[in-house]
Design a binder for this molecule. Sequence first.
Ligand code: FPP
Length: 246
Amino acid sequence: MGIDVQKEKLTLGERLPAHVGIIMDGNGRWATKRGMPRAFGHRAGTERLRGIIRLSSDLGIKALSLYAFSTENWKRPKAEVEALFGLFMEYFTNEVEELHANNVRIRMLGDKAGLPANVRTSVIAAEEKTAGNSGLSLNVALNYGSRSETVRAVKKLAEAAALGELDPGKIDEDMLLSSLDTGGLPELDLLIRTGGDQRLSNFLLLQAAYAEFAFVDALWPDFSDELYMDSLRDFAQRNRRFGGLK
Ligand code: FPP
């Protein structure tokens, strides 16, 4: 039982992804299958985070980006949105100390302006507290949508151009990518989606240009450390060509 991290590290070697993204889908179905309200699944999903973060950190993955709440999720019933934000508040209040002790750096991806004030305050506090950490970069996508992120990045560049700080003719791919919320993080190598669907749902669209995809049937609360290792081992076997020939 349990995962032999040192052995797995040796086996994966250079083939360890630097940056993993996860679309954590299936909490609602997991709860419904048990005759429970959907919020019960979100709580179980939150509990699964600890193991996945721990394993990512122990393996030496540099960045882990988790899709927690999309710009489209506001359309869900008010009670579910409230339950989710209750969990985010709890998470950013209770887990930060331990993450900080484990040298994890927390960053939020998404539009902070659209968050309830109490959540925004605790997210910013978590970012500030862990800003100096050099271990795993844990990126929580909250009120996140890739298109909205791109618009915010373009606005930043346009504003700099309007102020005369930037020559619009000099805008290039690197500049656009570093203006995204993920600016400064390693290139996304692997994108995992649990829950059986095979779509991106507006998550890290530009960052995923050369990512490998893993679509997993397990519902998020059932995505065990073993299943995560399976996705990582499978990734290590892929032949990535980045548009070249080999
Ligand atoms: C998708 O499942 C999941 C979400 C919309 C929320 C993801 C949130 C968590 C795992 C918990 C909280 C995270 C943090 C960072 C504290 P779904 O509800 O769409 O499931 P379904 O497809 O079965 O309906």
